[in-house]
Design a protein around this ligand. Structure first.
Ligand code: SAM
Length: 190
């Protein structure tokens, strides 16, 4: 779903970029994120800062997708060297089965009412042995956050227990799961 105006503004802010650069990327790297010569898909790429950070790891290819036209327009303007498309994660039919080495998500599934469908699609496009790096807030923290900051997250049944159950049901294996105060970070393999 589209972001509310306050969240959209927050996603373009310097604190968001600093967090992604100095906290989330290093954590994913400690969990094994390695993109050299890999085909990479970023889900919910926002305005493209993730593409900029991920490109330093020298992937073979990178595509970022996001459901919001406004985000993709910003991404294309700021980082024209990378490929971005307007697309919802629930339908990855333009990508072949087993075509991606790594899928990466910086805090997106909790915005998708049918987040299970997005997981199903990711499982389909990942190569056997491929990796999903994923970070999401806990369901309870989203509710507390919205009470204070009024970002208006969609009312979904997303939560980490439900996520873990669905990953397992799809045959995906949680290699590492690390809680931090704002986000829980995962390395998952197919
Ligand atoms: C919290 S923002 C995170 C943006 C970026 N990954 C970052 O870390 O700054 C969530 C992003 O998910 C996108 N999004 C929401 N629903 C989506 C969907 N169904 N498919 C793909 N992207 C979606 C939003 O437009 C937004 O850019």
């Amino acid at each position: 779903m589209k972001l509310s105006s306050p969240e959209f503004r927050a996603m373009q802010s310097l604190p968001r970029k600093l967090g992604q650069r100095y906290f989330e990327m290093p954590m994913f790297q400690r969990m094994g994120l390695d993109l050299r010569d890999k085909d990479v898909l970023e889900i919910g790429c926002g305005s493209g800062y993730g593409a900029y950070l991920l490109s330093s790891l020298e992937p073979k290819s990178y595509i970022g997708l996001d459901v919001m036209e406004e985000q993709i327009a910003l991404a294309q303007k700021q980082f024209s060297q990378f490929q971005f498309i307007v697309q919802g994660a629930e339908d990855l039919s333009q990508f072949a089965n087993a075509s991606k080495d790594v899928v990466i998500i910086f805090g997106v599934l909790h915005h998708i009412p049918d987040w299970r469908k997005a997981i199903d699609e990711i499982a389909r496009v990942l190569k056997p042995g491929g990796s999903l790096f994923l970070e999401e807030p806990r369901g309870v923290d989203i509710k507390i956050f919205d009470a204070f900051f009024r970002w208006g997250h969609p009312d979904t049944d997303f939560g980490l227990n439900a996520l873990d159950a669905h990953l397992t049901q799809r045959g995906l294996v949680i290699q590492t799961k690390q809680w931090t105060p704002l986000l829980t970070m995962y390395h998952i393999t197919k």
